[in-house]
Design a protein around this ligand. Structure first.
Ligand code: HEM
Length: 502
């Protein structure tokens, strides 16, 4: 311990701590955020746990989030926790977990300035619009056949295709394997927490990771090679895009950086592949899951749906489909997006690692400890939100004050510590604008075009107050609804069908 911290205790910790498993036996709920919440009611807003041999500190208030993410940002800057599958399948180069240092700075700058900056993202708007049209078309087909549609599955395809198209300029070949990668990222292996098991390599987790890697790697190699060819030909045409050729996608930019010998850091092929997996894992499941929660809340809250519909009709009208550029004028839809993130953050626990011991609220946070910030618990805490279990987007439009401040002013940019679905500070999610705009556009488009009729497991349409969907959660890479959203879409009479098939 450093001199200043020598006398300080660690945050309170449950007893006993067992050999090898530490406190894993206390995580008695299948959902981590719920176990952590339950323990916080007993041990307070700041307590410590051992995940196997990994020391962990759990925080459960916005005031503590601010201390960790802002006041002491430099001490909690580093790598988040990652499983062995994540390490292997991101080529040990995940930007989300790479330690703070020259490579992280370089790649983070590249992401912010060259990939996810407003100009590039705007240029790729036609690609995103096309992917939303595809979802609407599938819904329209299902409506015509009066057949139930697994909307959860369509949303996952939508985000997977969108990210893939923006990143690689194609989606066909990589789609299925990308889904497999995400699936194994969603499982965490006990062996990742308990070192004796790690040595024994219990279970077939490691073997499956290897199998997925061996399928993924040749596909991404092929995609890169294809893109190199396209770039070569484009160079021969002095940068001109060929008729029908897609815009410059993220991979083009990354390859250009890799070839540029004047760069301070020469990005390697392994690092490019790692970033591709990073974007798939960070951007697809999370956006699809959040949109699924939003649609489910709209089904269960017809008042909110009606109000959203009135807004879409007054801003967009009935003669054209919603476009991403409409979102700036759709205030209520944007409030629905925020309200969804408050109640259902896809990443329920924001995670950092302590790189330099420090004092927080009179306790010592030791170097090497993981910090788990339970943002899910704060989103539902009556201390910070008025009637937190009610889905009421209006809270983000009015200026009614709660203990947390004026909720009407709260945004998603990590400055309001009671709402942190995208984290905060220099390691905050760089995809926040892309994700929030994509979600809002998809929601507004579905609201404009369809009524979603809920069906029971036998496929029978439910009516009136029975037409509700379950809000149960299940564990995963992010936290999705426990059951797929299955509905029969019905085209609204006000929408010219020709718009949907064009
Ligand atoms: C609803 C959708 C999304 C949610 C809820 C979400 C949430 C998050 C959160 C909570 C973090 C950690 C932030 C922190 O520790 O302060 C993060 C990091 C990250 N996200 Fe997202 N994200 C979403 C979409 C996206 C998209 C679409 C992309 C890219 C296209 C993306 C790329 C990343 C990357 C690269 C990081 C790591 C940043 C770093 O460590 O420097 N995310 N995201």
């Amino acid at each position: 311990k450093s001199k200043a911290c020598r006398h300080l205790p660690n945050p309170p910790s449950p007893k006993p701590r067992l050999p090898f498993i530490g406190h894993l036996h206390l995580l008695d709920q299948p959902l981590l955020h719920q176990s952590l919440f339950r323990l916080s009611q007993r041990y307070g807003p700041l307590y410590s746990l051992y995940f196997g041999s990994m020391p962990t500190v759990v925080a459960s208030t916005p005031e503590l989030f601010k201390i960790f993410l802002q006041t002491h940002e430099a001490s909690f800057f580093n790598t988040r926790f990652q499983t062995s599958a994540m390490k292997r399948l991101t080529y040990d180069n995940s930007v989300a977990t790479v330690p703070f240092g020259p490579y992280w700075k370089f790649i983070r700058k590249l992401i912010m300035n060259d990939l996810l900056n407003a100009t590039t993202v705007n240029k790729l708007r036609p690609l995103r619009s096309q992917e939303i049209r595809k979802v609407l078309k599938v819904m329209a087909q299902s409506a015509e056949a009066r057949k139930p549609l697994n909307i959860t599955e369509e949303l996952l395809k939508w985000t997977n295709n969108t990210i893939s198209m923006m990143m690689l300029g194609e989606a066909e070949e990589i789609r299925d394997i990308a889904r497999e990668v995400l699936k194994i990222f969603g499982e965490y292996s006990l062996t990742d927490f308990i070192w004796p098991l790690k040595m024994l390599k219990i279970g077939n987790y490691e073997q499956r990771t290897e199998e997925i890697f061996n399928k993924f790697d040749p596909i991404i190699e092929k995609v890169i090679k294809k893109r190199q060819e396209i770039r070569k030909k484009r160079k021969e045409r002095n940068g001109e895009l060929e008729e029908g050729e897609r815009s410059v996608v993220f991979l083009d930019t990354l390859l250009e950086f890799a070839e540029d010998e004047t760069m301070e850091i020469q990005i390697s092929k392994e690092q490019i592949k790692g970033l591709v997996v990073d974007f798939f894992s960070a951007g697809t499941d999370s956006t699809a899951v959040a949109t699924d929660w939003a649609l489910s809340e709209l089904i269960n809250n017809p008042r909110v749906l009606e109000k959203a519909r009135e807004e879409v009709e007054s801003v967009v009208g009935k003669d054209r489909l919603v476009d991403e550029t409409d979102i700036q004028n759709l205030h209520y839809i944007r409030a629905i997006v925020k309200e969804t993130f408050r109640m259902h953050p896809p990443l329920t626990v924001v995670n950092r690692k302590c790189v330099a011991e420090c004092e927080v609220n009179g306790y010592l946070i030791p170097e090497g400890a993981s910090v788990f910030m339970n943002i899910w618990a704060v989103g539902r805490d009556p201390k910070y939100w008025d009637k937190p279990l009610e889905f009421r987007p209006e809270r983000f439009l009015d200026t009614t004050t709660t203990t947390g401040g004026e909720t009407g002013q709260i945004d998603l940019r990590g400055q309001h510590f009671q709402l942190l679905p995208f984290g905060s500070g220099r390691r905050m999610c760089p995809g926040v604008n892309l994700a929030a705009a994509g979600m809002a556009t998809l929601l507004a488009s579905v609201i404009q075009c369809f009524d979603l009729q809920v069906v029971d497991p036998q496929g029978k349409i439910l009516k009136g107050s029975n037409a509700k969907v379950s809000m149960e959660e299940r564990p995963g890479l992010t936290v999705p609804r426990a059951h797929s959203l299955i509905c029969v879409p019905v085209v609204r009479t006000s929408v010219p069908v020709t718009l949907l098939s064009s």
